[in-house]
Design a protein around this ligand. Sequence first.
Ligand SMILES: Cc1ncc(COP(=O)(O)O)c(C=O)c1O
Length: 545
Amino acid sequence: MLHKPKVEQSAKNIALFPLAPGRLAGIFILINRAKGVLSMTGEKKIDDCLSIRNGHLFMEECDTVELAREYGSPVFLVSEDQLRRNIRRYRQSFESGWTDGPVKVMPAAKASWSHAIQKIIAEEGCGCDIYSPGELAVALDSGFDPQFISVNGVPKDDEHIENAIIQGARITLDGIEEIDVVERVADKLNRIATVRLRIRPTISGFRKFTHFNPTGPVATDIAAMSYKGGMMYTQAIEIGKRILKMKNVELVGFHQHHGRHHPSTKYWVEQMKSYAEEMGHVCKALGGYQPREISIGGGFAGRRDPFNAETHYTEPYELLALHGLSILLNVFGPRVRYGVINFILNLMMEYVPNRNLAPTIEEYAGACTSALKEYLPQNGISAKGLMLQMEPGRSLHGDTAIHLTTVKNAKPMDKPLTWNKYIVDTTQFWFTGGIYEHHLHDYVIANRADEKKIEKADIVGRSCYGDRLLPFVRVPKNLRVGDVLALLDVGAYQEVSMSNFNAMPRPATYLVKGSSVHLIRKSETLDDVFRRDVMPRHLQGAAKP
Ligand SMILES: Cc1ncc(COP(=O)(O)O)c(C=O)c1O
C-alpha cells in the first residue's frame, strides 16, 4: 500500500482510499450535517448564509442562479450579514474568555481589502491589521480609529512609517532597522509614536506536521522558523531597551503571528504558551515592563478549511509508482496499458473537499484565552487591564463569499482514458492566493444543488494553462452548458489576488444583504486591463515589418 491512512484524514487521503476509516468518518459527518440542517420547509442549510431551496443555491435571501443571470458570470458575492455575524462571534467568544481586560478584533485587511468590506468591519467597532501603504489608506478611509490600526509588515518604507506616525497608527516593529526611522520621524514631528514588538516565538511544544509545507513532512515548530515575520526575542530585548530611553517613542505591547500551520486547538495552546514565555523574557530583561496590549495575530482555520487541508505527502510517490507502472505496461501494447491505467486512475484519483471541520471560533477563543490566563502570570505578566487583540483573516472572511462561474463547454472523454472535462468561464488565475496555499474549495452546482454528484470530471478554467480548478471531482451527471457552479469559502485572499493573465479583465464583486444586492467592486474593461501600458515613441505609428 502506498499510503497509510492517518486519523486526521486529509481530503485527498479520503479520496485515494475509498474505504479508509477517514472516509467513513466523512460520510458520517455528512449524514449528520444533512440531518441537522434540513428544515421543515425543505430548505437545506449549508451554513448561516447559504442554503438550498428548490434545487437552487441561495445566499441569504437571493437565488444565486438568478444573480448570475442578472449580474453576469463569473462574479464574486459577499454576504454582509455573514461578515457581521462572524465579527460578533469573534468578539463575544473572546470577551467571554478574556474577562480581565478589553478585547479588540482587528481583522487582517489583506484577506479582503475593498472599501465596502472594510467599512462594514469599521462599523462593527473593530480595529484593523494592515500590511502596506495601500491597506493603510483603505483603513483610514474606512474610519478605523488609528490607535487600533496595526501597521504590520516587513520591510516598511520610511514614508510609510512617517505617514503611520502622523496618522497616530500603531507601528508593529518587525526589525531593528525600523526603530531608527521611527525615532527620527517622531523627533522630527515632535509626536509620540506608539509601537509594539513583533516576536516570533518558537512553538517548541507543537511538533505535528505543518500543513504549510507541501513539499514534505516538516514539524510545525521547525517550519514556523522559516517564516520572515517576527523577531527573535533577544532582538526584541535589544530594541525594547533602546525604546525605553527614547523621548518620543512609547512601547505599548507585543505582537505575534504564525499563520495557519494546523487547525487544532492544541496548536493554539502551545502558541500562547511559547508567546507568553518569550514575552516574559523580554519583560524581565526590560526591568519588569508590563504591556498594555498584546496581539495574537491570525492563522486560525476557516470552518470548512479549504486551505492547506489537503496536504498529502505521499502523493508524489504514488504518482511516481503510477508512472513506473505506465512505462512497464508498454510491453503489452496500448490497449492493455490504457486499460490498466484507466482502472487505476479511476480507483485512485478523486479529490474531495475537506470534510474535517476545523474547530469553531468559540473553541479557538476558549483555547487561546485559557492558555494566556494560565501562562501570562507564570511568566510575570499581569492580565489585569491588558487588551487582547486578534487579527483573523481566513476564519473571519472565508465563508462570507462565493464565486459563481458558468459551464461554457463540455468535453466528455472515455477513450483511451475516462477523463471528462467541463470548461467554465473563470480561471485559477483569479484564485492565486489559494493556489499558493494548496486550496481545494468545496463547490455546489447552484442550479442543480439537489442532484447527487456521481460523475467524475475536471472543472477547468478558461485560461490557456491546464487550469484544473477542481481536478477529479464528482459532479452531477452530464453537466450542461449554462449550469452555474458556486465555489464556496472564497472570502479570504482570493478576490484580492486576481491577476490579468491572458489579458483577462477581472470580474465584479457584489455585496448581498438579505434580499438586496449592491455592487462593491466593478468588473474590469479591456481599457482597464491595458491602462498601464505605455508605447515608447519609436514604436508609435503603424507596425513596420
Ligand atoms: C500579521 C498578520 N496577521 C493576521 C494575518 C491573517 O492570517 P489568517 O488569514 O491566516 O487568519 C496575517 C496573514 O498573513 C498576518 O500576516
